[in-house]
Design a protein around this ligand. Structure first.
Ligand SMILES: [Zn+2]
Length: 205
């Protein structure tokens, strides 16, 4: 499902960095690994980039509340979360990272899908993988984190339709990482060893 070269071990390599504008490259941060900048797809004039909260902000440590119904405001939040994630070169973002304590996650691991996970619940997990992992809320850093190699999650989409999603490798990692945000947990809580600095090359372009 996810090819080896797109694995999280490529966190330092920034394969897409050469195609970023200089200002984008300057702000490059990684959620799990580098990815290409903002895509045209799905970007509307109404979208807004929100401020990403960083470690030390208490909101990242709070439990998020379930979403009971979809409304215009929550739809706008979801659009803004995608916009913010793409702008920051991430592959996943959870609502508390933009200061909203709701159980909403967006993920795009470049498998052709834009996943919206509302009130997600992990049903099943198998195996384990230890890889470098980053977070938009911990800019410029990464660490080794062991996550399941496979997860199955139940969630609601932006139309509040229930669905199940199975993910392996990077998608499994993204699901686990983002669901942890909804419980107020960060990867530093479960990392192995120390936080490491990302290489600077992409930022100096
Ligand atoms: Zn994160």
């Amino acid at each position: 499902m996810i090819s080896a070269e797109r694995d999280l071990t490529t966190v330092h390599k920034q394969p897409g960095a050469g195609r970023l504008s200089p200002c984008m490259a300057g702000r490059l941060q990684k959620e799990y690994r580098g990815r290409e900048a903002l895509r045209g797809k799905g970007v509307s004039a109404n979208m807004a980039i929100r401020q990403v909260r960083t470690m030390g902000d208490d909101i990242l440590r709070k439990e998020c509340k379930p979403v009971k119904e979809m409304n215009r405001r929550t739809k706008q939040l979801i659009e803004d979360m995608f916009e913010t994630m793409y702008e920051a070169n991430g592959v996943g973002l959870a609502a508390p990272q933009v200061g909203v304590l709701k159980q909403i996650v967006v993920i795009d691991v470049e498998d052709g899908n834009q996943y919206v996970l509302i009130n997600p619940e992990i049903l099943e997990q198998k195996g384990s993988r230890t890889e470098a992992e980053g977070c938009l809320s911990i800019p410029g850093k990464h660490a080794m984190v062991t996550r399941p190699a496979y997860v199955k999650v139940r969630a609601w989409d932006e139309e509040m339709q229930e669905y199940e999603l199975e993910g392996e490798e990077l998608l499994a990692r993204a699901i686990c990482h983002e669901c942890a945000h909804l419980r107020g947990e960060l990867y530093v809580d479960v990392m192995e060893g120390e936080l490491m600095d990302n290489e600077e090359e992409a930022d100096k372009e």
